[in-house]
Design a binder for this molecule. Structure first.
Ligand SMILES: *[C@@H]1O[C@H](CO)[C@@H](O)[C@H](O)[C@H]1NC(C)=O
Ligand SMILES: *[C@@H]1O[C@H](CO)[C@@H](O)[C@H](O)[C@H]1NC(C)=O
Length: 440
């Protein structure tokens, strides 16, 4: 009897399909800001102008902006350098591999006092801290955040150039009005609107916490630029999913615009990992310019959907031509629900189904979503917190709900901007009725 059990156990152990590596293959993988692979180094000003109370606020702020990340050897590793005349390595990159330990270590950092040699501190991080990263696979992103309140007594430009040459992204956070704007701009990456942040004083630094968290997340999950724009980050889905190659070109909403007519034989399916390798940012703007000609305006279709391996909707925008509404679906952290749906059925949305060109825009923030049609705000609704999407499944465009059939709609624009502020810049000027109202 015993022999038989031992034999079975041995057989089980050596059955190739039960081996661990094969099991891992079959498991879906979540990706998002929290699971991004980052080496993140904070370079904080400890010069005499700061003072102990404000230095404590700075430490608390570092703790706050680190909360969005999973601090671990696989995901985000954090290091901290404090500087005045000379830099001091407070926390080696990756020394603490849990958020709790890291927070404890940040809290015990003692304040230095002295002069402000920012350039030297950046050089130190570039030459000593980032190279000490000790991962099995190099981090995807190397990010440095410089927090300072005073003019540097040495040159920051050379140090910043050297850092950028090592693929280090530099954010500059200025506190108070002693630090010249030009110095922050010259050390940070371009554009300054993305990489330079200001706070009036240390007590108001908490106000830029969300902005900093969002920017760090964008850096982690949105490495791509929208083609034809200056530094606008996001996902140009028409080209990423090769809709511009596979579908038939037709005239768009204006003489000058091109659009794509999908055929019902066209299958627009990709692996999620190919399109959103690091998942979705915590805030984003989804924009689609499209025309639903009859009979497609009577169909219920997923304009876009991201499905996990077991078919759960991770992210979807559904156009319901039956009751003339739009549904947004995303993940939820709520334990007893698999997905959350928000329905926009205000009167204002019904025009989307009138066979003319329209621009649908969804501004998604961590706890709320706003729906616009042709630049008019339709409705705002609340969202439950979401968890990172599973990326081993597939992404599809213009599919009938719960089916594989493609609905032959016309698409002119299909984008996801990572910066929520892009919502104000993305006007519906390609829509004729909006143009004529603007001219009037
Ligand atoms: C780097 O990894 C080695 C082996 O895993 C470990 O002993 C060492 O402490 C690590 N160094 C740092 C700075 O984490
Ligand atoms: C840190 O977060 C806590 C809790 O959200 C908040 O009360 C505090 O003001 C924040 N402090 C800073 C300096 O960001």
């Amino acid at each position: 009897m015993k022999k038989w059990i031992l034999g079975s156990v041995l057989t089980w152990m050596f059955l190739p399909h039960l081996r661990g590596d094969n099991l891992v293959e079959d498991v879906d993988v979540q990706a998002g800001c929290s699971t991004a692979s980052n080496d993140l180094v904070y370079i904080i000003d400890g010069s005499s102008s700061v003072g102990t109370p404000d230095f404590d606020l700075a430490k608390r702020w570092l703790v706050n902006i680190t909360r969005g990340f999973d601090v671990s050897s696989r995901h985000t590793q954090v290091g901290v350098v404090q500087y005045s005349d000379t830099p001091r390595l407070e926390i080696p990159l990756g020394k603490h591999l849990s958020s709790q330990e890291l927070v404890g270590a940040i809290n015990t950092i003692g304040y230095l006092g002295g002069n402000t040699q920012t350039g030297r501190a950046i050089k130190f991080a570039t030459q000593h801290v980032f190279p000490s990263s000790n991962r099995t696979q190099p981090a995807r992103n190397r990010i440095a955040v410089v927090l300072t309140d005073g003019r540097s007594q040495d040159d920051v430009v050379d140090a910043a150039v050297e850092a950028k040459a090592q693929n280090i992204i530099l954010f500059a956070v200025g506190v108070g009005n002693e630090i010249p704007n030009s110095e922050l701009v010259s050390m940070a990456n371009k554009p300054p609107s993305t990489y330079v942040l200001y706070a009036e004083d240390y007590s108001s630094i908490a106000n830029i916490r969300d902005a900093m968290e969002q920017k760090l997340c964008e850096e982690s999950v949105c490495p791509m630029q929208i083609p034809g724009t200056a530094n606008v980050k996001g996902f140009e889905l028409l080209s990423r999913m090769q809709i511009d190659m596979k579908a038939k070109k037709v005239q768009g909403s204006l003489m000058s615009e091109t659009s794509y007519l999908l055929s019902s034989r066209l299958d627009l399916t990709d692996s999620t990992r190919a399109i959103f390798p690091e998942g979705l940012p915590p805030s984003y703007v989804f924009v689609a310019t499209l025309r639903l000609k009859s009979p497609t305006n009577h169909v219920k279709l997923d304009l876009i959907r991201v499905l996990s391996q077991d078919g759960l909707k991770q992210f979807a925008v559904t156009l319901n031509g039956l009751d003339k509404s739009v549904t947004f679906t995303s993940t939820t952290t709520s334990v007893n629900k698999k997905e959350q749906c928000v329905i926009f059925n205000d009167r204002g949305i019904k025009r989307l189904f009138d066979s003319e060109w329209h621009q649908l825009k969804l501004l998604v923030k961590p706890r709320r979503i706003i729906c616009y049609l042709d630049d008019m705000q339709i409705e705002e609704q609340l969202l439950e917190p979401v968890f990172p999407i599973y990326i081993k499944g597939k992404i599809q465009v213009a599919k009938k709900v719960k089916m594989e059939a493609t609905v032959p709609i016309e698409i002119q624009k299909l984008r996801l901007y990572c910066d929520p502020e892009q919502s104000e810049k993305e006007t519906a000027c390609e829509i004729y009725s909006v143009v004529s109202v603007m001219i009037l």
